[in-house]
Write a protein that binds this ligand. Structure first.
Ligand code: AGP
Length: 599
């Protein structure tokens, strides 16, 4: 989704901003721009398309040491040069970049900006015009900025330049992520620490409705009513090499390859005196709950479905799993002692955050399972369990899903033990075996490439079926395929196909069937026969011990509850190769954003 960078120091601002934007490319965007400020004034460069396209338009002759930049993922107005940020006020005095959505921009435009010609179709432009208007009424820039922000409803991360002040970037945020990075002779702004790791690893987190005056040698944070706030920087625990592709052609491939080590790292991180453990406070919060409500979106929602199986089967606690964007309108009748678990790789997903805000207001305990320490969801919930998966850059989530499933398995197992549930297996050992099984699959990429070629080369659509826990993985397999290869794909409970969707099966339709659960193995094989009888090209992925002659792929045997960690991996790889065959941009699929920071 949109990304913001800003630099105020002594070095070449253009290059730092462009490099920063390149580091934010993974979030997904469709246009980009920068504005730099020097004694000649503010110069804007912006372009539809990739940062590489923007680079070609940037005049290398322009020297500047202060500037702001933006990658835009279109919400209001089509992706084109005109709607790309930065936006400038009609007088040319103020220049602004914005992430988020201004819900009342139409009303504000009608109430305050009649007669001011708008240059773009964006909601953002209203903000910059209002700052200009209020400054013309005699307010200082910071007061005009604050007055504007008091009128605005919605989410925003903002960075503003004033033509009349070449020393300052004005910054503010509400609901959208934004950090200020600090250095000895410079300060920076970034939606994500990764963008500015090139110059610093020290960052100050900003809270909602704070305004920041960023000079090259000072950072002053204040509230909308002008109260100054002191906050110390934290060190971003990121290694610059974690966010490089190395010799891999794509981040997605690198991240799939990292999955065995991610599981091993999780075992280490959650081990205390040779036993798996989670923080005592978290354990208490889970054991005290009479019902768990899991809230998540996309792949994280699919991990949540697996988490439900875990908490119910290993800990004996009933669980509901909800899509975060739906929960606000469809809140179920809550139990007496609910615990809310938010699952989010990024910890920034706006749909999940709006539920967190509501639930926090209601006073219920909240736990976030996330890959990003210090993310909004982590900061704003009572407890956090970290995924320890390292940065996930590819838009398609792979290692984070595996990490989510592994961490949920540990949390449920530890809770079950604490509640005295008889669990006759050693989760640590079983997770170790699952890591080995994942390794053997990522080592057999050529097999997955062949399957992709055989089943998906000319496919228009595909189905993924499974029963029980395999159904959860079928949903994730279908999401992976559609998001990166653009092949229409659906995940189904095996038994459900014949209630309608089987009408779509025709000669050659690929159907991927998962067979990892003994108690339903015969049933799912029955479903495979039904689709094959109608012409489907069935790819059967079976677990060792449940295989039959003619199965396409046999995956190593692991504990029946941990099969999602393993069976998802061939589906990820098959999707990857299908996308490559179609020459799709695997790491940056069209229309998608890595972290979805608008509701
Ligand atoms: C999946 O590959 C996607 N990246 C997407 O579905 C993602 O899982 C979803 O947007 C939720 O993101 P989060 O885990 O960062 O909250």
């Amino acid at each position: 989704m949109c990304g913001i960078v800003g630099y105020n120091g002594n070095l070449d601002a253009k290059e730092i901003l462009l490099k920063g934007l390149e580091k934010l490319e993974y979030r997904g965007y469709d246009s980009a721009g920068i504005a730099v400020h020097n004694e000649e004034g503010i110069t804007i460069f912006k372009e539809k398309g990739r940062i590489a396209d923007l680079r070609t338009t940037v005049d290398s002759e322009v020297e500047a040491h202060i500037g702001i930049g933006h990658t835009r993922w279109a919400t209001h107005g089509v992706p084109n040069r005109l709607n790309a940020h930065p936006h400038q006020s009609a007088s040319g005095r103020f220049t602004l970049v914005h992430n988020g959505v201004i819900e009342n921009y139409h009303l504000l435009q009608k109430a305050y900006l009649k007669g001011i010609p708008m240059q773009s179709d964006t909601d953002t432009e209203v903000i910059v015009q209002l700052v200009d208007l209020f400054s013309k009424e005699g307010l200082s820039t910071v007061e005009a900025f604050r007055k504007t922000l008091r009128l605005v409803h919605g989410s925003y991360a903002l960075a503003l330049l004033d033509h009349e002040d070449a020393e300052t970037i004005y910054v503010a945020k509400n609901k959208s992520p934004l950090l200020v990075g600090v250095g000895d002779t410079f300060n920076v702004v970034a939606s994500d620490a990764m963008a500015m790791l090139q110059v610093t690893d020290q960052f100050i987190e900003l809270h909602d409705k704070e305004v920041v005056i960023v000079k090259k040698d000072s950072v002053e944070i204040s509230t909308l009513d002008g109260r100054v706030v002191e906050r110390k920087p934290f060190k971003a625990e990121l290694d610059a090499s974690d966010i490089e592709k190395g010799t891999y052609p794509h981040y997605m491939l690198k991240e799939m390859d990292e999955q065995p080590s991610v599981v091993r790292k999780i075992i280490q991180q959650y081990e205390q005196q040779e036993e798996l453990a989670i923080d005592e406070d978290i354990l208490q919060a889970i054991t005290e709950a009479d019902r768990i409500y899991i809230i998540a979106a996309g792949t994280s929602y699919h991990a949540g479905l697996v988490g439900k199986e875990y908490f119910e089967k290993m800990a004996g606690i009933p669980v509901e799993v909800h899509i975060s964007s739906e929960f606000g309108y469809n809140m179920p009748i809550l139990s007496e002692k609910p615990l809310f678990i938010f699952i989010s790789q990024s910890g920034e997903t706006a749909d999940s955050r709006q539920v967190l805000v509501k639930i926090t207001e209601m006073g219920h305990p909240t736990l976030t399972v996330t890959n990003v320490a210090g993310s909004t969801l982590s900061r704003e919930s009572d407890y956090t369990l970290l995924l320890h998966a390292g940065p996930e850059i590819a838009v398609a989530s792979t290692k984070a899903y595996v990490a989510q499933v592994a961490v949920l398995a540990i949390a449920a197992y530890v809770t079950g033990k604490a509640r005295g549930v008889a669990l006759d297996f050693d989760m640590k050992q079983e997770l170790g075996l699952a890591a080995n099984a994942i390794q053997s699959i990522v080592d057999a990429k050529d097999v997955m490439e062949e399957i992709a070629e055989d089943y998906l080369k000319i496919a228009r659509n595909a189905f993924f079926i499974g029963r029980n826990i395999d159904f959860c993985v079928a949903l994730e397999g279908a999401l992976k395929l559609k998001e990166i290869s653009y092949i229409q794909a659906e995940g189904f409970a095996g038994g459900e196909l014949k209630h309608g969707t089987i009408a779509l099966i025709e000669e050659g339709t690929p159907v991927f069937a998962l067979v990892t659960q003994e108690q339903v193995a015969l049933n799912i094989r029955g479903n495979v026969k039904e689709v094959v009888a109608r012409g489907a090209n069935a790819c059967i992925i079976a677990m060792e011990g449940l295989e039959e002659d003619g199965d396409t792929l046999i995956i190593p045997r692991v504990h029946p509850l941990l099969t999602p960690l393993v069976s998802v991996v061939p589906l990820q790889l098959i999707s990857y190769y299908a996308a490559l065959h179609r020459r799709c941009d695997v790491d940056k699929p069209r229309n998608l954003a890595k972290s979805v920071t608008v509701e």
